[in-house]
Design a binder for this molecule. Structure first.
Ligand code: GLN
Length: 487
């Protein structure tokens, strides 16, 4: 198959110059999805007709000299917990099977307004709860680099689709690592914006104080272009920020002195593979060679991030998921037996085991007698974690950390032990609790050929710094040409 432009920026430029058409690029992506989806299962929904129509409209805009958006004609995908009017949004759950939203999420609206062509909706762990995409009610996604491994999660479908060249960019959501960790497992770039940078309107809520929509692309610049299209305040999301939106694509190339912090507490992290630490050292070296200063910083409460998250996030999830009771959304079960039976059977039969575990845990930590001991205490610890980051950023511009303790793990390897699965997010969860931003960049490969990423963390609304640092790392390691087999 002809390679075509590889990065999102190259695709946009080729379209702009008329070197290719959106119909051609979109057709190529749709064909790759058709050929690859049985094995990869990155997509839960493919919108061939709608995508072809949007692509033809993009080509017509160019032909007629009409105004074009910054992503005009570029094929992209959207995680299936972000609603759109084109077809059903399942959030990877049976409880939303066949549910179609009457409105587009703000981010979908913004993508379309920028001219992007949405090819379909990608697979995920049910309601974003998981780190491997194995908790999808529709069957897990596989990793394009090694089909016996998971692509990470919960946005595993988006990461795999981008890695397998089934689209040029994709949206994911990240509550505790769900964009950054699958990006690392699939060898692509993934950005979790600062809390409030991007509207959450129309993103199916998991834990509202943590959820953010974030972009995937094959390179950092691609994420920057997508972020530019997504960022900004939204009257439909009161938590969206009015902080000025910077020129993120320009920030990638802007020379700026960077002081980088490596985290003392992460040096001896339990269960962290040597490969991962070696990848981080390589990134550190690359940044030094590019002129950055590297110092050690401390996040004293880092070890409390995972337990704090699993109280705060489950509490919010138990409240957010109360709305799925068979009355308003999705299919019904047990209606004949009355209201109690409707609730019990709909929720009992249509939620998966991981979602039920979170609802039980979240309801427990919020219940009378336990609220102070768990939920309230977790909120206090969250404040301490946030202060750790504030203090670190008083001294440095960005932090450099691993993304996950290992490269992509095998399918089935962690499904029997939820805590093992939860620990795959030790390096990403603190960033979410602090509301700051994080970017995952591929820096190396294991001997078995699996990608290894690093995370660049910036202060709230500090996306420009991590995009610059990420670009330096990416240029230094120079691995963009390496692709999964068959792509
Ligand atoms: N893996 C984490 C969890 O299971 C984070 C998921 C996410 O960011 N959506 O909750």
């Amino acid at each position: 198959m002809s390679a075509g432009p590889y990065t999102l920026a190259a695709a946009a430029a080729a379209l702009d110059e008329g070197a290719t058409t959106s119909v051609a690029l979109t057709g190529q992506c749709l064909d790759r999805i058709d050929q690859g989806n049985d094995a990869l299962r990155a997509f839960l929904r493919v919108d061939r007709a709608a995508a072809e129509e949007a692509a033809a409209a993009a080509d017509a805009r160019r032909a007629n000299g009409q105004p074009r958006g910054p992503l005009d004609g570029v094929p992209v995908a959207v995680k299936d917990n972000i609603v759109d009017v084109t077809g059903p949004t399942t959030a990877g759950s049976r409880i939303l099977e066949g549910y179609t939203s009457p409105f587009d999420a703000t981010v979908v609206h913004k993508l379309r307004a920028a001219g992007a062509v949405v090819v379909g909706k990608t697979n995920l762990d049910e309601f974003g709860m998981g780190s491997s995409t194995e908790h999808s009610a529709y069957g897990g996604t596989t990793n394009p680099w090694d089909k016996s491994r998971t692509p990470g999660g919960s946005s595993g479908g988006s990461a795999a689709a981008v890695a397998a060249t089934q689209c040029y960019g994709a949206l994911g959501t990240d509550t505790g690592g769900s964009v950054r960790q699958p990006a690392a497992f699939c060898g692509v770039a993934g950005l979790k914006p600062s809390y409030g940078r991007v509207s959450r309107f129309g993103a199916v809520a998991f834990a509202s104080s943590l959820d953010q929509v974030g972009p995937f692309a094959r390179d950092v610049k691609g994420c920057a272009h997508l972020l530019a299209a997504l960022a900004g305040p939204d009257g439909r999301d009161a938590t969206s920020s009015h902080a000025p939106v910077e020129d993120y694509a320009a920030a990638c190339d802007q020379d700026r002195p960077l002081k980088v912090g490596v985290v003392r507490e992460y040096q001896n992290q339990d269960g962290c593979d040597d490969d991962v630490l070696a990848a981080q050292h390589k990134a550190e070296q690359t940044l030094r060679e590019a002129g950055a200063t590297v110092v050690e910083v401390s996040l004293p409460h880092a070890h409390l991030a995972v337990p704090t998250y699993y109280i705060a996030a489950t509490a919010e999830a138990s409240s957010n998921l109360a709305r799925y009771d068979g009355v308003r959304y999705g299919p019904r079960r047990g209606e004949e037996g009355g209201l109690e039976s409707l609730y019990r059977k709909t929720r009992g039969e249509l939620f998966g085991p991981e979602v039920k575990r979170r609802i039980l845990l979240g309801t427990y930590v919020l219940s009378t007698g336990y609220y102070d001991a768990y939920y309230l205490r977790a909120q206090k610890v969250r404040t301490l974690i946030r202060r750790d980051y504030d203090q670190a950023f008083a001294d440095v511009d960005v932090l450099l950390t691993p993304v996950a303790p290992t490269a992509a793990f095998g399918i089935g390897e962690k499904t029997d032990d939820p805590v093992k699965m939860y620990l795959s997010d030790v390096f990403t969860i603190g960033v979410s609790l602090a509301g700051v931003c994080g970017l995952s960049v591929n820096v190396a490969f294991t001997d078995a050929g699996l990608p290894l990423g690093v995370q660049l963390v910036g202060p709230a609304m500090g996306e420009a710094s991590i995009l610059r640092a990420g670009t330096l790392v990416e240029q230094g390691v120079n691995l963009l040409e390496k692709r999964p087999q068959g792509t």
